[in-house]
Design a protein around this ligand. Structure first.
Ligand code: EPZ
Length: 431
């Protein structure tokens, strides 16, 4: 029953602190299993996916000490199995990072994996291709990926698809493999670089992260480390887009502007003002939004995880027609059906969405269809005229820490309601 109750129409104004990057923190926690020493990770986002991963680690004997909401102390020297199980794990794609970490350290791993998900089939053939190239055997039994090796040896791997997950997983699998492993056609996302930096802080020898080719010279073992996760560029981008869609003035703080360059460029294209400083970006927008073209691409292109957020914004570029091409995932426009309930004019042709900007959205009862689409629909409701409800908010709370609270601090009229009574009060604007 949990849902967000939203009264739209208030421009969002103010400052918001951005948390640690979910898609960096998840593989870094898995990589922490690769040493018997203690590891301290800071700036973790306090979100469900992180907490599910930490619980799975505890279940195999990892000592996990939470030190506040955003820091954890980990020691994996006493783990008693390399088989990761659990319902939460099966629902979370990032659990595949345990394969690379445990195979790399213990030469064996088995993880229950989800199949496809809300945005596409989410294959892992490139991960498997790389593990086999390093000398591991890989098989699938009853939905569980099992991989093991007598020894791992260096390899020259050419990824057929630019894959964030495969790039990171193969980096982890190779750091203790004898010799030099070369991985080509790799992903260059900031979180790939951050995981490489973390592994190097543990004594790994990884060069080239952030470029098209990563070279890994195997080392004998990894030691402990204290590491701080980079800020979440998608959380930051989501709040930047919130400023645009509500014609507000939002400063996102504790960010790395370089990671946001493509998002900032698109916001300028549609008529927003964007001001960058060392660790903050201010976005303000008072005039009508313009239309534009968007094509999602691997970093440094426009991120697929920002596609729903910019699409709902372009839906309000009144009088303009925008084209959004989703080149990474095959089914990432499902939320547009929800958006049309609010009055949007959107049509989908294959992996292209055509958005004819309208003057306004009307409040409606809508459902989050996945993590980023859910966040985007909340932005649409905050910009709409009238009252909206967004349900299936568990998707959103997987990846955004304190999302309604941060939006409220910017003047958004949003409440989390858990029952009909609370919903009735929210609808009557009884706070
Ligand atoms: C990561 O997913 C992110 N998730 C995704 O964020 C993000 O959208 C994606 O990278 C792209 O940036 C995490 O980091 C936990 P990929 P990942 O492997 O690694 C195909 C979010 O909202 N592919 O880069 O699974 C794949 O099907 C989530 O935070 C293969 O064909 O993405 C997709 O079409 C959503 N074979 C494309 O490559 C493979 O072996 C990119 O996938 C692997 C991937």
């Amino acid at each position: 029953m949990d849902q967000y109750a939203i009264w739209g129409g208030n421009p969002l104004v103010g400052e918001v602190e951005i948390g640690g990057a979910k898609n960096t923190a998840l593989p870094i926690l898995a990589a922490a299993l690769m040493t018997d020493d203690t590891v301290i990770i800071d700036n973790l986002p306090d979100i469900r996916d992180i907490n599910v991963l930490l619980d799975a680690m505890k279940n195999i004997g990892v000592v996990v000490e939470r030190r506040g909401r955003h820091q954890v102390k980990i020691n994996a020297s006493q783990i008693f199995t390399t088989a990761i199980e659990g319902n939460g794990i099966r629902k979370m794609r990032a659990s595949y990072y345990f394969l690379g970490a445990l195979l790399g350290k213990y030469k064996s791993a088995s993880v229950g994996l989800p199949g496809g998900c809300e945005i596409g089939t989410r294959a892992i053939d490139q991960h498997i291709k790389g593990f086999r190239a390093l000398g591991a055997k890989v098989r699938l039994e009853h939905g569980i990926i099992i991989t093991e090796a007598i020894d791992l040896t260096s390899a020259h791997i050419f990824l057929d698809v630019v894959s964030v997950g495969a790039t990171i997983n193969l980096m982890m699998a190779a750091v203790l493999a004898e010799g030099q492993t070369v991985i080509e056609n790799v992903a260059k996302e900031p979180h790939v670089v951050d995981v490489a930096n973390f592994l190097n802080s543990m004594g790994a020898n990884i060069k080239g992260a952030g470029t098209d080719v990563i070279r890994i010279r195997g080392v004998k073992s990894l030691h402990g480390s204290e590491y701080t996760v980079i800020p979440d560029q998608i959380e930051a981008g989501t709040f930047m887009m919130a400023a645009a869609i509500t014609k507000g003035d939002v400063t996102v703080k504790n960010i790395i502007p370089k990671h946001l360059e493509c998002i900032s460029a698109k916001l300028k294209e549609i008529g927003c003002e964007v001001q960058e400083s060392d660790d903050a970006v201010r976005v303000f927008c008072s005039k009508c939004l313009k239309g534009t073209q968007v094509k999602t691409m691997p970093y440094p292109g426009f991120p697929t995880d920002m596609q729903p957020q910019i699409s709902v914004t372009l839906g309000l570029s009144a009088g303009a027609t925008s084209i959004v091409r989703e080149s990474i995932f095959e089914n990432r426009f499902r939320y547009l059906e929800e958006l049309t309930k609010m009055g949007a004019k959107a049509t989908i042709e294959g992996n292209v969405a055509i958005l004819e900007g309208v003057e306004k959205y009307d409040g409606a009862s809508i459902s989050a269809t996945d993590l980023r689409a859910g966040a985007a629909l909340v932005l649409a409701a905050l910009a709409a005229e009238g009252f909206s409800t967004v349900d299936h908010i568990h998707y959103i709370e997987r990846g955004y820490e304190d999302f309604p609270e941060k939006l409220m601090s910017l003047g958004g009229h949003i409440r989390r309601v858990t029952n009909a009574e609370e919903l009735k009060k929210a609808r009557l604007k009884v706070v």
